[in-house]
Design a protein around this ligand. Sequence first.
Ligand SMILES: C[S@@+](CC[C@H](N)C(=O)[O-])C[C@H]1O[C@@H](n2cnc3c(N)ncnc32)[C@H](O)[C@@H]1O
Length: 180
Amino acid sequence: MTVYTHFAKTVGDYDTVADKVVFKNDELHQLLIEAMPTKKEKKLQILDLGSGTGHGMKLALEKYPNSAVTGIDFSPKMIEKARQNLSKYTERIKLLKKDFNFYDFSDQKYHVILSAIAIHNSTDIQKEKLYKKIYDSLPKGGYFINGDFFKTDSKLIDKRLLELYCNYLKSNLKGKELEC
Ligand SMILES: C[S@@+](CC[C@H](N)C(=O)[O-])C[C@H]1O[C@@H](n2cnc3c(N)ncnc32)[C@H](O)[C@@H]1O
């Protein structure tokens, strides 16, 4: 199954499983938002790559009441759910159903580009191209904040972290939900 098929077709309501499949999901999002510029009155253009159901977008919209937030996600189900979850903010949001690896967003400037648990799905070559687009669309002093799975320099540590993650999934999921 491709990443696209998984998110476009099989993930019914991500909001109900997010905390089960993403370790400390809420804390991760809080950290991403805390890493953003501190002045709340700033009029920022913010981009969320792989915005899902709008969790990160909502926190950004709340933190910066004068700002606009664009979400890019290739899953129609996620886009639809994000639109529902963010219905209070219709005038300050844009939701683009695009694949961020192929869609060129770099002709637009964003003060902050954030992403949570999305870019790891891309190949190394795709990531390299994506990071170039991100760099090109940030103004000097702009922020790229990414909360995701990363490999370390140690195979041993990676193996242990994977085991811990598998145990986390096993304690939260049942039967077919579990692919580990
Ligand atoms: C695990 S979910 C995380 C959603 C959200 N960032 C959150 O943390 O709640 C990953 C999201 O990234 C999206 N995604 C993954 N690869 C993508 C790509 N190449 N282009 C656009 N969206 C992508 C999926 O459709 C899915 O909604």
